[in-house]
Design a protein around this ligand. Structure first.
Ligand code: FNR
Length: 184
């Protein structure tokens, strides 16, 4: 069985290392029985409850994308020891209007890349709190904090460090098992 996974990248930077990590994960995912597809967040306006009565197309598209996949993967940088505002904004959009939370019951996993050695651990912890409130069953273990060094992912999306590549494959397999458990 192949499960479909919507990938949300928490950075909209053109040079994003987390985008590169997401690309690498998409290439490796079939080895774990997962098919990754991108869920874009860059076009979303700033969320406000004023939109609840009449959601814009971008908000509706985000919710429909999440609802159409078996699970959600969030690949995020750490900004000031938390998650980027664009990512929080996207989650706020997906969680509303009240009573239509697109994350409810949707399995998820978080991973992140940083140029710093302990990078994304604090951001991921914040993200777990948010996903927990959003009633999304998260993959608890293994955790994945990727220390991103120059050239770790090449232009074709290949992971150049064999140890890291194997770690990511094993992590994706654990995510697939988590999705399977919640799909049942
Ligand atoms: C950072 N960076 C960063 N890194 C980290 O490990 N912990 C942190 O708290 C922060 N804070 C932070 C704030 C802001 C506003 C920026 C722009 C950057 C560095 C960050 O890890 C680095 O810029 C990554 O390249 C960001 O990921 P993307 O956007 O390249 O995917």
């Amino acid at each position: 069985v192949t499960y479909t996974v919507g990938t949300i990248v928490g950075s909209i930077a053109s040079t994003s290392i987390n985008r590169k990590l997401a690309r690498a994960l998409a290439e490796l995912a079939p080895q774990a029985g997962l098919e990754l597809r991108d869920i874009p967040i860059a076009e979303l306006p700033h969320y406000s409850a004023d939109y609840d009565a009449d959601y814009p197309e971008s908000g509706k598209a985000l919710k429909a994308s999440i609802e159409s996949v078996d699970a959600v993967l969030i690949v995020t940088p750490e900004y000031n020891r938390s998650i980027p505002g664009v990512l929080k904004n996207a989650i706020d959009w997906a969680s509303r209007p009240w009573g239509t939370n697109s994350f409810a019951g949707k399995p998820s996993a978080v991973i992140g890349a940083s140029i710093g050695a302990i990078g994304t651990a604090v951001a991921q912890q914040h993200l777990r709190s948010i996903l927990s409130f959003a009633a999304s069953p998260e993959l608890a273990q293994p955790e994945a904090y990727i220390h991103f060094t120059e050239g770790l992912v090449d232009d074709e999306g290949n992971v150049t460090n064999p140890g890291t590549e194997q770690f990511l494959i094993d992590w994706l397999k654990a995510f697939a098992a988590h999705v399977e458990k919640h799909a049942a």
